[in-house]
Ligand binder design. Structure first.
Ligand code: UT7
Length: 391
């Protein structure tokens, strides 16, 4: 059987002579590429002197390579709205500044005692199962990308398994801040591609209101609470997660972090008094890094898959700031109608933004649409993922 581990990185695959393709598949492959020629002539021309390329879709079909298709998507935001007008009453800001500098008009807040990130995940996961017509007990694994877990342990995924009745699933949290969904999606896709798991749920969820200082006008205007989830299942037609470029740079810690509460600086009365359990963000340097890195990685992803903006149906960007979204879209040559933007309604829900966009745009997505998912966040972490929609 053809070993595709190296060749799946791009949408066009060089078929070298040295690849060990099972003879029947090799014949089909040769016939498909050059049907007009005789077998030996075709074999010589294809496998020896010249480079021939084939699309992922065809290669997957012919080699039975498993890809991770997104077979259902759902989103959940809490009912309570925190508008720019509400924030005007809390800090020295105004609606016009927030809208022009960020694109945000309102965000959702999860209110109530004993409400946590798992309470955002649960409705998203249950609605996912309902849409796909499966029971939670059929789920093999749940990955929760989050920076606001209910507790440090047990993991939020663990709690979500219990609360949804996913009694046969294992799971874990993945912390990569605003890139949490892309990191989790790529990890979940690898579990499916391995052939060991049939139903993996990937959730991006954050209750950002639990770590926002509502007296700091530079951060409290940005963040909101929300969750989105996708179900990944095996596919043999080359649909789903096709490629990912994920990056990290720990030196970004200086500009965006939560100082205390971890093993470096456990919670004390003093750390609470110093407000070290809230988000610390230096907006401008983060903005500059985000603009460059998100655009760079999206461009790199398109290039290595021999694609241009014309091939892409939608850019699905992390919703941190409308100006960062616009810069990324411009760089890869996408017009406004090909960019998913719902930041005006939800603000920045950290790991929740990308699946919430997919959920909001689900009705407009067609089988075979190519999507570029792109994110940047604390760490720094950033990345881009190419998805072929459909199942
Ligand atoms: O998702 C995780 C990654 N995070 C991001 O991607 C966020 C990236 N950064 C940003 O989106 C932007 O930097 C912010 C939205 C956070 C800030 O926007 P900015 O255009 O970079 O503003 P600034 O920090 O340069 O501040 C400009 C001015 C300052 O006043 P002076 O010094 O010029 O008088 C601020 O004090 O705006 C002032 N300002 C505000 N004014 C009204 C800062 N926040 C506010 C506010 N309302 N909420």
């Amino acid at each position: 059987m053809l070993d595709l581990r190296k060749s799946v990185q791009t949408d066009l695959h060089f078929i070298p002579h040295s690849l060990h393709i099972h003879m029947d598949k090799r014949r089909t492959l040769i016939h498909k590429i050059a049907p007009e020629k005789g077998y030996h002539e075709r074999e010589n021309s294809i496998f020896k002197p010249r480079k021939y390329f084939i699309k992922t879709h065809d290669l997957c079909r012919m080699t039975q390579k498993i890809s991770a298709a997104i077979t259902a998507v759902s989103g959940y935001v809490p009912e309570d709205i925190l508008s720019n007008g509400d924030l005007e009453k809390m800090v020295d800001t105004n609606d016009e500044w927030i809208r022009t500098r960020t694109g945000i008009s309102e965000r959702r807040i999860l209110k109530g005692l004993n409400k946590a990130t798992s309470d955002l995940c649960v409705p998203a996961v249950l609605s996912l199962c309902e849409k796909r017509g499966i029971l939670p007990s059929e789920i093999d694994c749940i990955i929760v990308g989050t920076v606001t877990p209910d507790m440090l342990f047990p993991s939020t995924a663990n709690l979500v398994c219990e609360k949804t009745g996913a009694a046969n699933a294992w799971g874990f949290d993945l912390l990569a801040a605003c890139s949490g969904f892309l990191y989790s999606l790529t990890t979940g896709a690898s579990l499916i591609e391995s052939g060991r798991y049939k139903k993996v749920v990937v959730v991006g969820a954050d209750k950002m209101s639990s770590i926002v200082d509502y007296s700091d006008r530079s951060t409290c205007i940005i963040f909101g609470d929300g969750a989105g989830a996708v179900l990944l299942e095996p596919n043999f037609d080359g649909l789903g997660v096709l490629d990912s470029i994920l990056r990290s740079d720990g030196s970004g810690k200086a500009h965006l972090h939560m100082k205390s509460g971890g093993s470096l600086s456990p919670a004390t009365i003093e750390s609470v008094a110093r407000k070290e359990h809230f988000i610390y963000q230096e907006g401008q340097p983060v903005f500059k890094f985000a603009v460059t890195r998100m655009a760079d990685v999206s461009e790199e992803l398109l290039k290595r898959n021999n694609l241009t903006g014309d091939d892409i149906a939608f850019l699905v960007p992390h919703q941190a700031n409308k100006r960062i979204i616009d810069a990324t879209a411009n760089r890869i040559g996408l017009s406004d109608e090909k960019v998913m933007v719902n930041i005006q309604r939800y603000g920045n829900t950290t790991a929740g933004t990308i699946p919430l966009c997919l959920s909001d745009w689900e009705d407009q997505l067609k089988n075979g649409d190519l999507l570029v998912l792109a994110a940047f966040g604390g760490g720094f972490t950033w990345g881009a993922t190419l998805v072929k929609w459909g199942c």
